[in-house]
Write a protein that binds this ligand. Structure first.
Ligand SMILES: NC(=O)c1ccc[n+]([C@@H]2O[C@H](COP(=O)([O-])OP(=O)(O)OC[C@H]3O[C@@H](n4cnc5c(N)ncnc54)[C@H](O)[C@@H]3O)[C@@H](O)[C@H]2O)c1
Ligand SMILES: [Zn+2]
Ligand SMILES: [Zn+2]
Length: 349
């Protein structure tokens, strides 16, 4: 089968012919239809310090995907060939305290699909059945392919009650955009999203946010004045990983405000802790998705009409992966999808 491989300890990825994975006990084999390119995949292609310290090539990369089940191990129940599925890319140990208590998203031994074991940028992938999410309601394979980052957005956005609240989202990358769509859908009063990219702020406007603010020219306080917000934001969703964004957020929260932080800063940085303390702000770190409460939430949000289609801006056949990765790395687009469906394979053959 064709697969995108990090072959050696060096920058770049290679499209290669590799053996198809075999179904082990408790596993499911999936014919991949679409994959989403994540920031993690960009780090792996670039082979930066994080990737250098984390990866052991050769490795098939990728963790965001949708596909059809083609084979299940004899001991697997409730998943059948033909099912359209997405994959939970965090594989947990099942043995630690949190796993035993059913809090699998808090497993301290989590390993990553396409990071620590062969991933989904390939024609076939195998996964433990417990990592497979079956779509019981019809959904487009493009949207099913981004359930992993959509899950980051939903996990973060639903960390605190949003109904009637004023929500500040810093960072209008693919995940910030999806979080904005969720916050609007579930009944926040005002959803203000910030970025420094006009293209991404335009995408946010298409999703119906109250205000999309370019913080390179307009401070957050200006947005607050335009909306007549007198006391600050009730809920903050940090989705940029940028130190200035968190600092601005802390400075513009109401007393007792809640911040859910998904953005991963590249290094340590200072924040105004005195304001966190005296404004009695709660800050919650968010990683991955809750298994499987977030997945349930995602499917139900889709069933109730949440439209993520404006978030997907670019599609490429898998053999144009370098152009697709360059597009994703530009920082100006929404989600970039690679198409692995059999028709694409035939055309390239
Ligand atoms: N915790 C997790 O489980 C998890 C999972 C996936 C991604 N992440 C992180 O979440 C963040 C969002 O992911 P993404 O794929 O949408 O990332 P992205 O890099 O595509 O988007 C981040 C956006 O933040 C914008 N930005 C930069 N400085 C800003 C500022 N001062 N104020 C407002 N916006 C600013 C950038 O222009 C960019 O559009 C990233 O930091 C990523 O590393 C965390
Ligand atoms: Zn991802
Ligand atoms: Zn565990």
């Amino acid at each position: 089968m064709k697969a995108l491989v990090k072959e050696r300890d060096e920058p770049g990825l290679r499209l290669m012919d590799v053996p198809e994975p075999q179904v082990g006990p408790g596993e499911v084999k999936i014919r991949v239809l679409r994959t989403g390119i994540c920031g993690t995949d960009l780090h792996i292609r670039k082979f930066d310090d994080w990737a250098r310290h984390t990866l052991k090539p050769p490795l098939i990369v990728g963790h965001e995907f949708s596909g059809h089940v083609v084979e299940v191990a004899p001991d697997v129940e409730d998943i059948s060939p033909g099912d359209l599925v997405s994959g939970e890319g965090h594989l947990v140990c099942g043995k630690c305290r949190n796993c035993m208590a059913g809090r699998r998203h808090l497993c301290r031994n989590t390993i990553g699909l396409g990071v620590h074991r062969d991933g989904a940028f390939a024609e076939y992938v195998t996964l433990p059945a417990s990592n497979v999410w079956v779509h019981r309601v019809p959904i487009h394979p493009d949207v099913a392919a981004i359930f992993d980052p959509f899950g980051n957005a939903v996990h973060t956005a639903l960390s605190f009650p949003l109904v009637g609240e004023d929500v500040l989202i810093t960072g209008a990358g693919p995940i910030g955009l999806m979080a904005a769509a969720v916050a609007t859908h579930v009944g926040a009063r005002h959803v203000v999203i910030t970025d420094v990219s006009e293209e991404r702020l335009d995408l946010a406007r298409k999703l119906g946010v109250t205000l999309a603010l370019n913080v390179s020219t307009s401070p957050i306080t200006e947005g607050m004045h335009r909306l007549h917000l007198r006391e600050g934001f009730d809920v903050g969703l940090e989705m940029s990983g940028n130190p200035a964004a968190l600092r601005d957020m802390i400075a513009n929260m109401t007393h007792g405000g809640k911040i859910a932080m998904l953005g991963l800063p590249a290094e340590e940085f200072a924040v105004d802790w005195a304001t966190v303390v005296t404004s009695m702000i709660t800050i919650k770190g968010v990683y991955g998705r809750e298994m499987y409460e977030t997945w349930y939430n995602m499917s139900v949000l889709m069933e109730k009409g949440l439209d993520l289609s404006p978030v997907i801006t670019d599609r490429f056949p898998y053999h144009d992966f370098d152009a697709a990765f360059d597009t994703a790395a530009s920082g100006r687009t929404g989600k970039v999808i690679l198409d692995w469906s059999p028709t694409t394979t035939d055309r390239s053959a």
